[in-house]
Design a protein around this ligand. Structure first.
Ligand SMILES: CC(C)(COP(=O)(O)OP(=O)(O)OC[C@H]1O[C@@H](n2cnc3c(N)ncnc32)[C@H](O)[C@@H]1OP(=O)(O)O)[C@@H](O)C(=O)NCCC(=O)NCCS
Length: 166
């Protein structure tokens, strides 16, 4: 299996949107209620790139099967060395090591950008992502109870952290 990692290009957005909208419409992984449009997704990535944050995609047989990015955790200036990231892999390609390849690259890029820590904010029902991040060395540092409400139920956010300079 030859997975290629490369910077995101605007042409990737349709494939990315399929992954994103699946997660919005059928899971609690994303705290949004309705599908994003192509324009919204393009704009979101443009904003990150403008601020010099990376957006990367994983390609398998010329198909975009996953992507990842990070950007500011919070906007106040003293948070400048802290980033919040996300990794998404198309459902049919889970558990093949693709998420790990993307996250490993994001960690390397964050180190190169002299970031100090990475934060994942994960819905507590998303055991896949919690286990995935634990395997990568992230530690659970907090749970914000009832921070979301979707599909007629309260959702809890698990905060996981990796310190990059230990
Ligand atoms: C979370 C996600 C990115 C993981 O990607 P993936 O490609 O399936 O994960 P990988 O195959 O690279 O697994 C990497 C490691 O995590 C472990 N892992 C992944 N899913 C797991 C699960 N459900 N249970 C236990 N361990 C798991 C793997 O065993 C592997 O361990 P190893 O390093 O010891 O080999 C993927 O499930 C996903 O896209 N989920 C939906 C979107 C999402 O929730 N993203 C995270 C938002 S913060």
């Amino acid at each position: 299996m030859q997975v290629i990692l490369r910077p995101y290009q605007i042409e990737d957005c349709r494939s990315i949107l399929e992954i994103v909208n699946y997660n919005i419409n059928y899971t609690t992984n994303i705290y949004e209620f309705s599908s994003r449009t192509l324009e919204e997704q393009i704009q979101q990535f443009e904003d990150k790139l403008k601020k010099r944050f990376p957006v990367i995609v994983a390609e398998l047989n010329k198909e975009v099967v996953g992507f990842g990015y990070y950007s500011e955790f919070r906007t106040r200036p003293a948070y400048q060395f802290t980033v919040e990231h996300s990794v998404y892999v198309s459902n049919e390609y889970h558990n093949k090591g693709i998420g790990k390849i993307i996250l490993t690259e994001l960690i390397q890029l964050a180190k190169k950008q002299n970031k100090n820590t990475m934060i994942a904010v994960i819905d507590s029902e998303n055991q896949n992502s919690i286990s995935f991040h634990q395997k990568a060395g992230f530690k659970t540092v907090g749970i914000i109870e009832q921070s979301g409400y979707k599909f007629d139920r309260w959702l809890n956010s698990v905060i996981m952290q990796l310190l990059l300079n230990l």
